[in-house]
Every structure is written in C-alpha cells, then in structure tokens.
Write a new protein. Structure first.
Length: 111
C-alpha cells in the first residue's frame, strides 16, 4: 500500500478505453517498471489517497527519529509537478521554515 495525494489520482479511469492506473517503480540500480494499482481509499479533505500496488513487495521506507524543525532551517522535497505535464522526471524544491506557530493557543488555565 502506498500513500499519495488525492489530487494526483484521476477521478475516473475509463477501462473500456483501455485506461489503467499504474505506478512507476524505480529501485536503486534497477530499471523502472510499471505496476498495476488500484485505489483503496481517498480522503479529499486531507488530500490523501491509498493505493494498492500489484506485484512483489517493495522495501519499506525507513523513518528515523529526527530533531525538531527550527525556524530558518532549510527543507527540500521531491515530486512530479503538475502530474507529469512538465515531464516524468522528479523535481526537487527547496525552501526555508519561516515560522512555527501553535495550532491552538492554550487557555490561561490550561494544564
């Protein structure tokens, strides 16, 4: 199962026209391969979708404990802008954490 953004999943796949949902998998040192996929769940409010990918299991992403994010810290993320309209190669975007604010301000009598 893979998590992605809901907005990248096309609303309707026309199977009669031969359209299929596929995921391109590229492991280090291996050729890219297309794997059939199907949508398991979508939460449009949170812009999340879960996809089930057919084929052999893929290695899990290892997450490590991290230091808290700091204001002024550099960040980067990689993705495919505009769903491949700008190409099928990933693009890395860089930015900076400009502010960290609480979601809810605690009340005067909060514990």
């Amino acid at each position: 199962t893979v998590a992605t953004n809901a907005h990248v999943i096309q609303a309707a796949i026309d199977e009669v026209a031969g359209e299929k949902l596929v995921i391109i998998v590229r492991l280090a040192g291996a050729k890219a391969q297309q794997r059939p996929a199907r949508v398991v769940a979508v939460d449009k409010g949170r812009d999340l979708a879960l996809l089930r990918i057919d084929g052999p299991l893929l290695p899990a992403l290892t997450l490590h404990d991290a230091e808290p994010v700091r204001e002024g810290q550099s960040v980067a993320f990689t993705g495919f802008p505009i769903g491949g309209a700008l190409g099928l190669s990933p693009v890395t975007h860089r930015g900076i954490i400009s502010a960290i604010t609480p979601i809810v301000l605690p009340g005067a009598n909060a514990r």
